[in-house]
Write a protein that binds this ligand. Structure first.
Ligand code: URA
Length: 216
């Protein structure tokens, strides 16, 4: 299932428009903070789908029967572009366990690229709800590889994918690999370049958030 949050007007559309804007992009802190804010709101939306339990809470004046999350999710992200969105989701699920995956595109001279996986730090994920942040779903190949990496550690109960902009081909690829996953995105674009950049997209999210890197 895909939830495109720009289908209903909300502040998400404003933040996505700022992410895309070459002038606003000059402000790296604002770029990161817009990714973070989008992820916070998506985290809140995801929380509505999660199981709750009743808990008696002692207030200074009595007992209140409150509803609280029945289970903490595992928040995962792919280094380095996913860090700002991860931080947004973590602000809301502030007791969650966290997983970090290092995956990167190794570009070949002909313009194609391969996805290299290097490292993962992962808590127990068996039968847990996993929320993975990746700001741009372009081809979807690094995301699918990263989730497969995670799934090798245990059977995931429910999978939520958080992104700022998803491309239709990437959505199709990810949905084919994980039909039960929910993709939550700030917006959807239809085009992708031969080098795997989304059009109109916003450019390289990792570079815009953290600065240009030396490696191709
Ligand atoms: N990753 C990015 O940062 N931007 C794209 O357009 C595609 C993948």
């Amino acid at each position: 299932m895909v939830v495109n949050l720009s289908e209903q007007h909300s502040l998400i559309s404003n933040w996505v428009s700022e992410l895309r804007d070459t002038e606003v992009q000059q402000d790296r802190m604002r770029f990161r903070s817009n990714l973070e804010r989008i992820a916070e709101v998506i985290g809140y939306e995801i929380s509505k789908t999660m199981p709750w339990e009743e808990k008696e809470i002692t207030t200074p004046l009595g007992i209140s029967k409150c509803r609280v999350l029945a289970q903490q999710p595992v928040l995962a992200t792919i280094l380095r572009a996913g860090l700002a969105m991860h931080s947004g989701v973590l602000k809301y699920f502030d007791r969650a366990d966290n997983a970090f995956i290092s995956a990167y595109r190794k570009h070949n001279p002909d313009g194609s690229f391969d996805i290299h996986m290097e490292y993962m730090s992962c808590p127990e994920i068996e039968n847990r709800i996993v929320i993975i942040s990746d700001p741009m779903i372009a081809t979807g190949s690094s995301l699918v590889k990263s989730i497969e990496f995670l799934k090798a550690e245990g059977a995931i109960k429910e999978l939520h994918i958080v992104c700022a902009i998803a491309c239709t081909v990437g959505i199709e690829y990810v949905t084919r690999a994980f039909p039960k996953a929910t993709i939550w995105c700030g917006d959807v674009d239809d085009e992708i370049t031969a080098k795997g950049y989304i059009v109109p997209g916003l450019g390289d999210a990792g570079d815009l958030a953290f600065g240009a890197k030396l490696q191709g």
